[in-house]
Design a protein around this ligand. Structure first.
Ligand code: ATP
Ligand code: MG
Length: 362
């Protein structure tokens, strides 16, 4: 037996494993013993030539099938299953889950190359996780520290706007007020997203009437669509009960409605639809706005991504990331259809059987 040192770990590497040798020896002796026994038995019984040829062929065929199945099982157990586990873990990491851990296959005195690979994978995931924590903690600490001075700037700018000012001074004060308001929204969205990602916001799940919530959210946008000369249509049922956190779901509807308003030119139309069947409740926000290219559509749920640069002054590309996170926490889905220059449809799917599953996401 030879010990190989790989990245500080001792790896067992045996050119001639005695246990395997003895297993093969015993099996082969047993098989050939049975073969001889078969030949002797058949000639004593006076079987004809055909039977004396066919039976050994059949016997060795059965042995070959047994050995094939045994080898296949060994390959599956020692190579394919660990690789499959590793592939699943890698997929989870690529989706941002750094809590995965793949257990080693052997104890520390019997490590092989696969164990070393698994140990290194676990170490890499741990490192990535700690970098991610450091990054999000840094963001959330800095955002928290900025919040108070920002609120002071915003309040003072607001007060300044109320004073008698020259046109030029008013313009400066307005710019400071709008700039600080935008920054405050950004900070509050970053903090909210961080909390949702780290699950420090525990959803307060309750059963409530979704239709009423949708109608209220739509009404809040009335001044916005009137100001922009948009037509608005709502097709809602009277009652549809869902089991979710109303405050978090309000974030989703507000983000979808605000996007529809923002990305639709005057004269366009926004339609809010809610339907339900036995399987799910579906809420769609349809607009006849600028739509998206296929490339934009691929990235809209990424943090800070803004596809349409002409509108990027408004918002900071966190709305849909927040909405997606809220929906994931609730076990709900979202679908997007969009055509450049024709409009977009965002559809939220709330499965009915999720009622019982939801509290587990808390
Ligand atoms: N209804 C829509 N029509 C066309 N493009 C859209 C629509 N909704 C979203 N998008 C595209 O997706 C991008 C990301 O949307 P998201 O809501 O995350 O950010 P935002 O609206 O730009 O900023 P924020 O939501 O932070 O105010 C947008 O910048 C836009 O390019
Ligand atoms: Mg948005």
């Amino acid at each position: 037996m030879k010990e190989n040192r790989l990245l500080g770990n001792a790896v067992r590497e045996s050119r001639f494993p005695p246990s395997l040798f003895f297993v093969y020896l015993i099996v082969l002796l047993l098989m050939s013993g049975i073969h001889t026994g078969l030949l002797v038995g058949m000639s004593e019984l006076g079987w004809d030539d055909f039977a004396q040829t066919a039976v050994p062929i059949l016997y060795w065929g059965t042995v070959a099938v047994g050995l094939t199945l045994f080898t296949r099982r060994q390959i599956k157990k020692t190579y394919e299953e660990p690789m499959h586990r590793l592939a699943e873990a890698t997929k989870k990491v690529s989706e941002g889950d750094f809590s995965v851990y793949v257990p080693p296959l052997h104890t520390s005195d019997k490590l092989d190359y696969l164990d070393i690979m698994i140990a290194d994978f676990n170490r890499m995931v741990e490192e990535l996780g700690s970098i991610e924590t450091l990054k999000t903690d840094f963001f959330s600490n800095v955002s928290h520290e900025i919040k108070t001075p920002l609120a002071i700037i915003q309040n003072n700018a607001e007060m300044l706007c109320r004073e008698e000012l020259t046109q030029q001074q008013r313009q400066y004060a307005d710019t400071i007020f709008l700039g600080s308001k935008r920054l405050a929204e950004l900070i509050s969205n970053i903090l909210k997203l961080n909390k949702l990602e780290k699950q420090t916001i525990a959803p307060v799940v309750e059963a409530y009437n979704l239709c009423e919530q949708l109608a209220e959210c739509a009404l809040n946008y009335e001044p916005a669509w009137e100001r922009q000369g948009l037509e608005f249509d709502a097709e809602l049922e009277d009652y549809a009960e869902i089991f979710a956190d109303p405050a978090l779901m309000e974030l989703v509807w507000n983000n979808l409605l605000s996007n529809a308003v923002k990305f639709t030119e005057p004269g366009g139309k926004i339609t809010l639809t809610e339907t339900s069947d036995e399987e799910a409740i579906r809420v769609s926000v349809r607009d006849t706005g600028c739509g998206m290219t296929e490339e934009t559509k691929k990235h809209i749920f990424e943090k800070f991504y803004q596809g349409d640069t002409s509108h990027s002054m408004a918002g900071n590309g966190l709305g849909l990331s927040l909405a997606l996170r809220v929906l994931q926490l609730g076990g709900f889905g979202i679908e997007v259809e969009s055509e450049l220059g024709r409009g977009s449809v965002f559809t939220v799917i709330i499965p009915k059987e999720k009622k019982e599953a939801l509290p587990g996401h808390e």
